[in-house]
Design a protein around this ligand. Sequence first.
Ligand code: NOJ
Length: 544
Amino acid sequence: MWKGNLTCKHSSFIIIFFLILCSANSIVKAFFEEEEEDKVDIKRSDFPDGFLFGAATSSYQIEGAYLEDGKGLSNWDFFCRTKGSIANGDSGDIAEDHYHRYMEDIEILHSLGVNAYRFSISWSRVLPRGKFGGVNQAGILFYNKIIDNLLVRGIEPFVTIHHFDYPQELEDRYGGWLSPRMQEDYVHFAKICFQSYGDRVRYWCSINEPNLFAEFAYERGTHPPSHCSPPFGNCSAGNSDIEPLIVVHNMLLAHAKAVKLYRDRFKSEQSGVVGIVVHSFMYKPLTDDKWDMEAADRALAFNTAWILDPLVFGDYPPEMRRYHGSELPKFASEERMLLRDSIDFIGINHYGTLYAKDCIYSCCICNDSSCNKGSDRAIRGFVYTTAERDGVPIGEPTGLPRFFIVPRGMEEIVEYAKKRYLNKPIFVTENGYSSPQNQVDDYHHDVKRIYYLDSYLAFLARAMRNGADVRGYFIWTLMDDFEWTNGYSVRFGIYHVDPHTLNRTPKLSATWFRNFLSNCSINHVESCNAISLMNKDVPRPQSE
Ligand code: NOJ
């Protein structure tokens, strides 16, 4: 019916949009035909009512305003000032200026039709000096405004308490997460969050990716506070074999203590749930050899189960106990009680799949760009992980060296969590695509991103049809942002942000997501109200 009102400009928009989606569709189909005879026609209605669909961000990566309204310096504010630490000397000082443009960003979320938004709270904005100082009311107010404005638009706030950034003072005073004192500081911060926002926030993620945080900050030394030792890297301080274990130990206990506090003091009134977010690659054996098969299992245990086993069963995975000596810290029996069953849901950040090769019975030499050094050490589970088999990559490359596109990995990692953790509720808290740096199509016509999201969602739906209790899915990320040591050179956003004006422009993937949430599939785009999808000035249909 709307066709009758088309202007020439609109019809050419639609034709271009249609052609682009058709090409995305054929890429998707080609991929799946290679993989299997499965019908790819994923749409919103393939997921249950009440399923959360959203986008995810984190405070340091988008907020900017690094010293405004009483905010203290964070570890990342400090690290970005160290010469050579970040690509192109970038920093999050201004980032996407979300601190000033949050209303525009909330309108963007609303226009997409999401029903949830995952964001994190900047610890140093709320508690500039941790427990050593008071609460910054301007910081509290900022997140109140975000939460209230989301709720007015029917968007559920899905809040991460700690996403990599913390007050630098805690690092300077006692060494941050290397010290057990950080547990109490974290619980204090979590308590302020529950007290201030818990009347409106129903979903809490305690800590984002303790496993990746420990690996980057204390094993490879590429994130602050840059601790590492050879062969992992050359840092001025650190011990890559031991420190990541201590850091995760402190994070797990901090999580469990905060959850106890929530359950004892807040849950009965606030009725929220608390989970943790784990960075979860899928691992496949490099060969059919039984040692490589065991290596793939070990890789999963030393990455994902390292975090989740203690929080479900009360102790580190048996695989880790078997291969680590006394360097793996022990939990006291009351700590095991505290840890056991301390998550209401599992947050999975999933991007890609890698091959795993055994390094116990065979020699491992790191000789391609996707492998990490130190595979023959206990901290890596004596597993060499790589994206290549006989020189052939496991999937298409992306903007990050170890993130390769393997959509089936989504089903496999969810299946792994389902089986190992007795079908605990799962949220896919991050999944997204960054284009290789030499690829120019990212600015608007990010067809590869659509292909990536669509095919990963199709495999997520398959996992759910097989019984996995998945409750939500968040795209990483809403807009191009500060991608840690890569600065602004790696772009995951479904919105482009102009580096000079900071203007936000939807990429084709944003249109695809909006389309998807209105229950259109790539195969049936002709049944969608394409005009309202292409022209942001035309209001969206009021169907949600
Ligand atoms: C994981 C992290 O949570 C997020 O901060 C990061 O930007 C993305 N993955 C992409 O690397």
